[in-house]
Write a protein that binds this ligand. Structure first.
Ligand code: GLU
Length: 352
């Protein structure tokens, strides 16, 4: 009896941690940015060189992440995110696709520069078919600065990526303790650590390694997306560019893009994606010549209402709904790999 009891006790102590409490495997895919930045002194919180520190050093700087998950690192890029082109985006997506297909991987963290983190997050949200958590994270201060925000952001990101509760919620952005949906998160302040926001609110928050959820995104993403990185050939997307709206615009800005070979122009218009009366004829003509015109807005919040301010039905134009111009560029480029029909493109803007 005594023997059976001690055998049972031994089995429990040996087996419980590795079965019931087995840690998930998380891969940190490093791409550069400030989170991998280094400055000359601790007071250089804004003057430093981005994309310097390799992934192993990033992971070793926060040993506590190994308590949350079995964490390993991959260096995919070492770049400041404003220099990412479609080529790097596609390359990164292929790497991410390979990793999520690995049955041993439970979740991914992607360390990234904050400037275009919202674009990369949205792109992965559209083209990676998985329910495994994919979490993008960055920092506003380099690791060498006083009160560097990278270490806790990374800890939170690993907590989120290793959490089964994050499965199927779409590609996520973890910044400043908040969890955001890739589709509506944006960098809204360029100098403080609360740099990211969504007009529809955060999905949740991470506190001391535990994730608390408050809402989910209703839009198509990852497994439910019609786009797939495996269908993208080569290293470029259909060319789509943005023109920023203001007073005193020039038709030549749009015509130069036509000359450069764009298949669509996202107009980051004023207010409701408005187009000046002296620009309308140029955009009507470009649409008739086969270039899609997508009306987005330079205003960060709200959404562009179809057939308001401009007769979109009459002109065959598309509205970007609540996607900001940079996300509208990516959705349009992906859509153009499947369709040239403005009505189908419009539906996509409502669904993603
Ligand atoms: N501009 C750099 C980048 O986006 C550094 C900014 C940052 O990561 O916060 O990679």
């Amino acid at each position: 009896m005594k023997k059976t009891f001690s055998a049972l006790a031994l089995a429990l102590t040996v087996c419980l941690p590795s079965t019931l409490y087995a840690k998930n495997n998380v891969v940190v895919v490093a791409t550069g940015g400030t989170i991998a930045g280094a400055g000359a002194s601790a007071t250089n919180s804004a003057t430093y060189t981005a994309a310097k520190v390799p992934v192993d050093a990033l992971l070793n700087a926060v040993p506590q992440i190994q308590e949350l998950a079995n964490v390993s690192g991959v260096q995919a890029l070492q770049i400041a995110s404003e220099s990412i082109t479609d080529k790097e985006l596609i390359q990164l997506a292929r790497k991410v696709n390979e990793l999520v297909k690995d049955p041993k991987v439970n979740g991914l963290v992607i360390t990234h520069g904050t400037d275009t983190m919202e674009e990369t997050a949205f792109f992965l949200n559209l083209v990676i078919h998985t329910d495994k958590p994919i979490v993008l994270v960055g920092s506003m201060r380099p690791g060498t600065a006083l009160s560097a925000d990278g270490p806790l952001n990374l800890y939170n990101a690993v907590a989120l990526a290793s959490s089964d509760s994050a499965k199927g919620k779409g590609t996520l952005v973890m910044m400043n303790d908040n969890v955001y949906a890739a589709r509506d998160v944006a960098k809204t302040i360029n100098i403080h650590t609360n740099a990211f926001n969504s007009q529809w609110g955060a999905l949740g928050t991470v506190v001391e390694g535990k994730t608390y959820w408050f809402r989910t995104s209703t839009k198509l993403h990852n497994d439910s997306s019609a786009f797939n990185i495996e269908d993208i050939k080569g290293d470029a997307l259909p060319l789509v560019q943005i023109v920023y709206g203001s007073d005193n615009m020039l038709p030549e800005s749009y015509l130069a893009l036509q000359k450069a070979g764009v298949q669509a122009i996202v107009n980051a218009g004023t207010g409701n994606g408005s187009v000046p009366n002296y620009i309308v004829p140029t955009l009507v003509k470009l649409q008739q010549e086969g270039i899609q015109i997508v009306r987005s807005s330079r205003v960060a919040n709200g959404f562009v209402l179809r057939n308001a301010e401009q007769p979109d039905d009459k002109y065959g134009w598309v509205v970007a709904h609540d996607l900001n111009p940079q996300k509208a560029r990516l959705l349009t480029a992906l859509a153009l790999t499947k369709t040239k029909d403005a009505k189908t493109l419009q539906e996509m803007f409502y669904n993603y």
